[in-house]
Design a protein around this ligand. Structure first.
Ligand code: GAP
Length: 545
């Protein structure tokens, strides 16, 4: 759920905006400018200066081949994107960091891979057939249709998520909102199920769905995995994979797509232990950046840092809070996100997903969109396993030897949108460095698509290119690296900066004499001379940033 953008934006309409409206999937320029004008007299307390627009970033991603519209040669399809090799590497780097971090939280956490097409009954049991609906507003005269809560929110600048179709219809009427395309009176708000049905084989009697969340895969695998993993709780089952939603208005580049990647960890645990975690004492004084329902105050959405212990004292369960801490540490210590860009946004009863008892969104503050949901921490109780027991007829109850009791495990879900996180990493690290005259992507070493690049100073001196190739073959065995000899070395530095290469290694005339190379730091542009025999050691030292 993307929150209304209280940190208002900072206007730098890019010259390339108009050309790329379709690329972003919606007519953003106009509404963005109106938004600024309309809000100008009502500026929020904190005004951040925008250094680039979402459009700038989308153009950059297309130009460098990180990600771009799918089926592009046929004009593209709304809400579907492809990742080029740089985007794929960045996305995989995020996934690998996520995998290593979250699976090592407990020895009993594992990753599984499951089919994307699932039995219709899965979604009867989970409630998606009935409840996975979005409100839609459409025009009786032209082809305009949009998600009704987003439409009302954008027009009235007040939160509309979670409102019923009737409430949204009333707001549309009260505010006299007409079709933005042809000016006609809009239809009453209705609802649409967001799942993609699939007819298997000849189709008769074989109705299935593309999963709208990866979560259902661990739920239907739970009983078997529990038996296989020696019947121990908590049991974590993670999936990194595709999810599919027929979004009414896909938009904002890869932030709202119809096919996207999720990284989700379902933690099955004994509900009697909701208020404990064996390592809680280690984190109890850690300060979590939250925006609690009780701390919300209209448009002034001030983050309040609460220690883990304080959150527990305010009624949140220990098991839940422990994982909030771990997620914050993942963002700050592993992904190296600036602290002030992250917050956990608590959802109230009306806003929560239908299966959640406690629900915080993980939000990152993006340049143009403000705080944006990139994940969620969901206490799903036994909602899903109970549903699967009811519909499949298979017992989900287990006998827990440790507590000598029988129960259906409860689930804490740590849910992350991989594309949104990938976008956020690009957005946070994108720097149009005017002094340098090129873009610099300040990704950390573990995220950058390439850690280093090897350049011969010139390409027409065989002794130099031979030495550079030697250095390349040494380095590329240990570090993600590429070789580039095209254009001047300054141009190659700029190209490397733009795709986030952390270090450039240049072999020059002196290298033939001193067997050393020049190592250039992307962020400082400082250079140091390193003996080739010491190069791997030096790069290893540097790679821990
Ligand atoms: N299993 C729980 C679940 O799916 P969700 O809040 O609907 O919860 C989880 O989705 C995350 O998936 C979101 O926080 C977001 O990062 C990502 N996500 C959801 N819908 C998306 C979309 N249409 N396009 C891209 N990412 C999306």
């Amino acid at each position: 759920m993307t929150k209304p953008n209280s940190k208002l934006l900072k206007a730098k309409p890019s010259s390339s905006l108009k050309n790329y409206n379709n690329f972003l999937g919606h007519k953003r320029t106009l509404s963005f400018q109106c938004f600024l004008t309309e809000n100008f007299n009502n500026l929020p307390l904190q005004l951040t200066l925008m250094t680039h627009s979402a459009q700038d970033l989308a153009v950059f991603c297309r130009k460098k081949g990180f990600m771009y519209s799918s089926s592009e040669i046929y004009g593209g399809l709304a809400g579907l994107y492809d990742y080029g090799h740089l985007g794929t590497k960045l996305k995989h780097n995020f996934e690998n960091l996520w995998r290593n971090y979250f699976l090592s939280l407990d020895d009993n956490y594992f990753e599984i891979e499951a089919a994307n097409i699932m039995h219709e009954n899965v979604f009867k049991a989970s409630g998606h057939l009935e409840n996975f609906i979005d409100p839609i507003v459409s025009c009786p005269r032209c082809d305009f249709s949009e998600r009704a809560d987003h439409f009302v929110q954008a027009k009235t600048k007040t939160r509309a998520e979670g409102l019923s179709p009737e409430q949204l219809t009333k707001l549309i009427e009260k505010n006299n909102l007409l079709c933005p395309k042809c000016g006609a009176k809009l239809k009453q708000v209705s609802v649409m199920n967001m799942m993609f049905p699939v007819n298997l084989g000849t189709g008769r009697g074989n109705r299935a769905y593309l999963r709208p969340e990866t979560a259902q895969s661990p739920f239907v695998n739970f009983k078997l995995q529990y038996e296989l993993q020696r019947k121990k709780l908590p049991l974590g089952l993670a999936v990194i994979g595709k999810a599919y939603r027929n979004e009414i208005s896909p938009r904002n580049f890869v932030l709202r797509q119809r096919e996207f990647t999720q990284a989700e960890l379902q933690i099955f645990f004994n509900p009697a232990k909701l208020n404990e975690h064996k390592y809680f004492d280690l984190v109890k004084n850690y300060k979590v950046r939250t925006l609690l329902v009780k701390d919300r105050n209209g448009n002034q959405e001030q983050v309040v840092e609460h220690t883990a212990q304080e959150l527990v004292s305010q009624g949140l369960p220990q098991f839940y809070v422990y994982h909030l801490v771990k997620i914050q540490q993942f963002y700050l210590d592993v992904l190296k996100i600036p602290k002030e860009k992250l917050r956990f946004y608590e959802l109230d009863e009306k806003e929560r997903a239908f299966y959640n008892k406690y629900h915080f969104d993980i939000e990152i503050e993006l340049q143009e969109f403000g705080y944006t949901e990139v994940g969620g921490v969901h206490y799903r109780t036994d909602h899903d396993l109970k549903g699967h027991e009811r519909v499949s007829g298979q017992k989900m109850e287990i006998f827990d030897e440790e507590s000598a009791s029988k129960f259906i495990p409860h689930v804490l879900e740590l849910s992350f949108g991989v594309d949104r996180n990938t976008y956020a990493l690009l957005d946070l690290n994108f720097d149009d460095d005017k002094a340098r005259g090129n873009i610099v992507l300040h990704l950390s070493s573990s995220l950058a698509p390439f850690f280093c690049a090897v350049f011969p100073l010139v390409k027409n001196k065989p002794e130099i290119t031979a030495k550079a190739e030697e250095v390349y073959s040494l380095v590329q065995k240990q570090f993600p690296c590429f070789y580039d000899e095209a254009a001047s070395v300054g141009r190659r530095y700029a190209r490397a900066d733009e795709i986030g290469v952390r270090y450039c290694i240049t072999v020059d005339f002196e290298s033939l004499e001193d067997n050393a190379v020049t190592l250039r730091d992307r962020d400082t542009t400082q250079q140091e001379r390193v003996k080739i025999t010491k190069l791997l050691e030096r790069l290893s030292e540097l790679s821990s940033d």
